[in-house]
Write a protein that binds this ligand. Structure first.
Ligand code: TRP
Length: 382
């Protein structure tokens, strides 16, 4: 049982940058501002202490295997996972296969999608010796945690979840399935089965993390006489702003506006050549103007580790053509190593499968142990 807690020192390094409030309410913005502050503190703590005590910062995060990963995933999350792993944080990555069927009727190319994710993880630098990569469906004990956890939430709480509401709205008038309604509880099981302390997430996932913390707290008080069977995990928010597709709208496979990690350099050049821009010769970074050009500058800047303003300055009067050249080169040069490693892995599918099998076995061991504790504290060890 884990009883230690993460320190809550405040540091002057914790600066709040209030993100674009978008359509969110004031209270959501306030929650976001607090989460940003706390993320800066966590980052500093990880820097100082991760190698001394990796379990203290154990992290879990994951992806739904719905298709290939694109540069948005890479810049906003994959790169950051590798960074945390390399700092000594004990890392778990769930390929959330049961989450795929929350809002769609078919499982799609599940096997190929899962295999593709593992290849991208390895190519990006996740190291299977230090990072446990697994799928929901291969870890029965994790899924079983869902049953006691479901007893700790009400249907009203689940119906209020803004992410569930958004996903329902996007699911083409499908009725709300039991799995969509309860997937935040399943996600709590993902996070809590391994006693994860840190969950790197985007802003949209904050309500899920709050629910996970509620479930941990309620489990401890209702079923474990106040013992800390489950520590309350914390969000580590991504620093990366919301990235859009090459047409300046939300990235989406069906709109053909994404650059995938597995694409070739030529496919990448082609996609960026077709990107929406404007007819201004002088390229400037205007975050509040129509977003297509600002978004391209942001993407180039993230790959080049420069500000979007500096990238714009360099392009100067070169117009859209020069902008597209800079973006294409930034993406292709930065991803050349990733793509070469991915191509090598594609030639060795048995290795990729073995990484997943090892990860599944390791995650199952951890989940079995957690479930045994849960059964014990609930008086269900017969
Ligand atoms: N819901 C997340 C997404 O769509 C994926 C995910 C599943 C996840 N389980 C998780 C993220 C647990 C963080 C923690 O991106």
């Amino acid at each position: 049982m884990t009883t230690s807690t993460l320190p809550t020192t405040s540091t002057s390094a914790a600066v709040t940058t209030r993100g674009d409030a978008g359509t969110s309410t004031d209270s959501e913005s306030a929650t976001y501002a607090v989460a940003r502050d706390r993320s800066a503190v966590l980052d500093a703590l990880i820097d100082g202490h991760a190698t001394e005590d990796p379990a203290r910062f154990r992290m879990l995060t994951g992806d739904r295997p719905t298709g290939p990963l694109h540069i948005g995933h890479y810049l906003a999350s994959l790169r950051n996972r590798v960074r945390l792993q390399d700092k000594g944080v004990e890392t778990f990555v769930v390929i959330a296969d049961y989450q795929v069927i929350t809002d769609r009727d078919s499982v799609g190319e599940m096997g190929a999608n899962v295999h593709g994710l593992v290849m991208d993880y390895l190519a990006a630098g996740l190291d299977p010796a230090r990072t446990t990569i697994f799928t929901h469906s291969a870890v029965p004990a994790l899924n079983q945690l869902m049953l006691p956890f479901l007893s700790l939430v009400t249907d009203a709480e689940l119906r209020r979840n803004p992410t569930v509401k958004d996903e329902l709205a996007l699911s083409d008038g499908r009725p709300l399935s039991g799995l969509l309604l309860t997937y935040p509880v399943h996600q709590a099981a993902d996070i809590l089965f391994c006693h994860s302390r840190i969950v790197p997430v985007g802003r949209d996932q904050l309500p899920h993390l709050e629910l996970t913390r509620d479930i941990a707290r309620r489990f401890n008080s209702r079923y474990a006489a106040g013992h800390s069977v489950f520590p309350e995990p914390e969000a580590l928010l991504s620093e990366v702003p919301l990235l859009l597709g090459t047409d300046g709208t939300k990235m989406s496979k069906s709109k053909g506006n994404v650059v995938n990690l597995r694409d070739t350099a030529d496919e990448t050049a082609e996609r960026i050549r077709a990107a929406r821009t404007d007819s201004e010769r002088r390229i400037t970074f205007e975050p509040n103007a129509p977003p297509a050009v600002a978004n391209l500058l942001t993407i180039a800047g993230l790959f080049l580790d420069e500000s979007p303003e500096a990238v714009a300055e360099r392009i100067g009067d070169g117009g859209a053509q020069a902008l597209k050249r800079v973006v294409t080169d930034a993406v292709n040069e930065s991803l050349a190593g990733h793509r070469a490693r991915r191509a090598d892995l594609a030639r060795d599918p048995a290795y990729v499968t073995s990484v997943l099998h090892d990860g599944n076995a390791r995650a199952s061991e951890v989940a079995e142990r957690t479930l045994a504790t849960v059964r014990a504290v609930m008086g269900m060890s017969y």
